[in-house]
Design a protein around this ligand. Structure first.
Ligand SMILES: [Cu+2]
Length: 177
């Protein structure tokens, strides 16, 4: 009987010790916790092009040319996509990867951009009220760029590309600390 009580006491002590360690360390070290102080957040973003093609034998060409829907969509109709195959058609779109980031109000956000696809991107950033926080810059393929701003407003900051609007838009969601 004494032995069982002793083991029970030891187990309780171990649980209490584990809970103490969690309270001391586990509850504080995780990024995203409200105890994390304001600081610089650096994110790496890549400018990419997604591309796909098929044949009119498998699927008719779209009734509305995708490039008429938005500048971010590109389209090569049958006869243009492949001179040797008049049935082939191709679509593509430009995107940021990742397309959504999250920070807390007051954080300094630094976006490090690298362009893999597309020779030129006209990049600028606006805050949730529509104010420009980073002026338009020409981001070119194979170069790395850095854009920084202080996220002092709650809501979505938008990373635009005038060359491929509106679908090449990235978002930084700012939440209260
Ligand atoms: Cu672009």
């Amino acid at each position: 009987m004494n032995r069982i009580v002793g083991l029970g006491g030891l187990a309780m002590s171990l649980i209490a010790l584990a809970m103490g360690i969690f309270v001391l360390f586990g509850g504080r070290v995780q990024d995203g916790d409200t105890t994390v102080p304001a600081g610089e957040r650096t994110f790496y973003m890549t400018g990419l092009e997604y591309k796909g093609s098929t044949s009119t034998k498998d699927l008719p060409a779209p009734p509305v040319a995708p490039n008429k829907i938005g500048d971010g969509y590109r389209y090569k109709p049958p006869g243009e996509a492949d001179k040797g195959d008049p049935t082939k058609w191709e679509v593509s779109t430009y995107r940021w990867e990742p397309g959504l980031l999250q920070v807390f109000r007051g954080d300094k956000v630094s976006l490090v951009g690298f362009i893999v696809n597309g020779d030129h991107h006209k990049v600028w950033i606006e805050d949730p009220k529509g104010q420009v926080v980073v002026k338009e810059q020409d981001w070119q393929r194979g170069r790395e760029y850095k854009a920084s701003f202080v996220a002092d407003k709650v809501g979505y900051y938008k990373i635009h590309c005038d060359e491929h609007d509106p679908s090449m838009t990235g978002y930084v969601l700012v939440t209260p600390r």
